[in-house]
Design a protein around this ligand. Structure first.
Ligand code: SIN
Ligand code: FE
Length: 291
C-alpha cells in the first residue's frame, strides 16, 4: 500500500518546521505520496479564460523550461500564449520555493527541470499503449537519460469544475522490479553510443536508463498486471497539490483534466536513504553497477 501523507502546509513561500520536513522526506523516499490538501495553486481571475479557450484545444502537454522560459506546445493568440507562459512561470517559481522550504536537505542537489500543463481529459484519450499513462508505470525519459538521478514531481490540480484527478497506485518499486527483471533484455554493447550519435538520446543512455525504460514498457504492456484488483485508487481533489518520486512509485492517471506539474531531478547522493533509490535497488538485484 502506498501511504498518502498529508501535511497542513498553506503557503508556497513560508518556512516549514523541521518536523514536517522530516515527515515529507521520509515519506517520499519510502515511495509514498506527500499530499498538501490546503495548498492550491491559484489561477487568477484574468487567467481563467485560458482553461476554456483555443490556447489549449486538443493539446496534451504544454511545456516550459523555467531556466530560460522556453515554452512549447500551446495554441491561441500571441497574447494568450504569453499569459499561459507567465502562469506556468509563476507555478515553476512557487514549486521551487516550496521545494526549498519543505525539502531543504535536498537544496544543494535539486535541479529544476521542465514544468508542464496537461489540459486534456485523460479518460478515453486515444493514444498508443506506450504513451498511455492510464496504465501503471514508473517514469523515465527516453531521450534524456537521468543516469540514476531521481525524478521528483509536484502536481497541482487546477480543475475549474472541481473535478478530482484520479490515479491508481501499485506495488513498491522492489516488488515491481523483481516481477520483471528476469524478462528485461540486457543492454546491448555499443547501442547507447549509436543512439547518442544518431541524436535519439541527448547523452549516452546508461544501463540504468535502459532497464528503467524497459521496465516502463513491460509494465504497460502487461495486461495481467494492469488489471490486478490490489491496485489502489487515489483521488486528488481540485485545489490540492501533491508530490511523489515517479521513478519509484508505480502510478497511472485514470481521469481528470487541468493539472500543472513541475519536475525536479535529484542525484541519489543527496537522499537521506540512498539505498531506496531505484538505481541502488536495481544495482542490488542485478549485482552490478548500472551507471
Ligand atoms: C503520469 O505521470 O503518468 C501522469 C500523471 C498525471 O498527469 O496526473
Ligand atoms: Fe508517469
Amino acid at each position: 500500500m502506498t501511504a498518502i501523507v498529508s501535511l497542513p502546509i498553506t503557503s508556497w513561500d513560508q518556512p516549514i518546521s523541521s518536523a514536517n520536513q522530516t515527515l515529507a522526506i521520509e515519506a517520499l523516499e519510502a515511495g509514498n505520496v506527500v499530499l498538501l490538501p490546503q495548498l492550491p495553486f491559484v489561477v487568477r481571475e484574468d487567467e481563467r479564460p485560458l482553461l476554456e479557450s483555443n490556447v489549449i484545444q486538443g493539446i496534451k502537454n504544454v511545456s516550459l523550461a523555467p531556466a530560460n522560459g522556453t515554452f512549447k506546445g500551446s495554441k491561441g493568440t500571441e497574447a494568450e500564449q504569453r499569459q499561459l507562459q507567465a502562469m506556468m512561470m509563476r507555478f515553476a517559481a512557487s514549486t521551487k520555493s516550496l521545494a526549498n522550504n519543505l525539502l531543504s536537505p535536498y537544496e544543494e542537489g535539486l535541479q529544476q527541470a521542465r514544468a508542464s500543463f496537461r489540459p486534456v481529459e485523460i479518460a478515453g484519450r486515444p493514444t498508443s499503449w506506450r504513451k498511455d499513462d492510464t496504465r501503471l508505470h514508473v517514469d523515465n525519459f527516453p531521450s534524456s537519460p537521468t543516469l540514476g538521478k531521481r525524478i521528483l514531481r509536484v502536481f497541482s490540480n487546477i480543475n475549474p469544475q472541481n473535478q478530482p484527478r484520479v490515479w491508481r497506485l501499485g506495488e513498491p518499486f522492489e516488488t515491481v522490479a523483481q516481477r520483471y527483471l528476469a524478462s528485461l533484455p540486457k543492454p546491448l554493447w555499443g547501442a547507447s553510443k549509436i543512439m547518442n550519435a544518431l541524436g535519439i538520446t541527448k547523452s549516452p543512455r546508461s544501463a540504468y536508463d535502459h532497464y528503467m525504460l524497459r521496465l516502463h514498457d513491460h509494465m504497460k504492456a502487461d495486461q495481467d498486471y494492469q488489471t490486478q484488483p490490489s491496485h489502489q485508487e487515489q483521488l486528488f481533489a481540485a485545489g490540492t497539490t501533491w508530490m511523489v518520486f515517479t521513478d519509484q512509485v508505480s502510478h497511472a492517471a485514470m481521469s481528470g483534466q487541468f493539472v500543472l506539474e513541475q519536475t525536479f531531478l535529484l542525484p541519489v547522493e543527496y537522499m537521506q536513504h540512498p539505498a531506496q533509490a531505484p538505481l541502488r535497488v536495481l544495482e542490488r538485484l542485478t549485482g552490478r553497477g548500472l551507471v
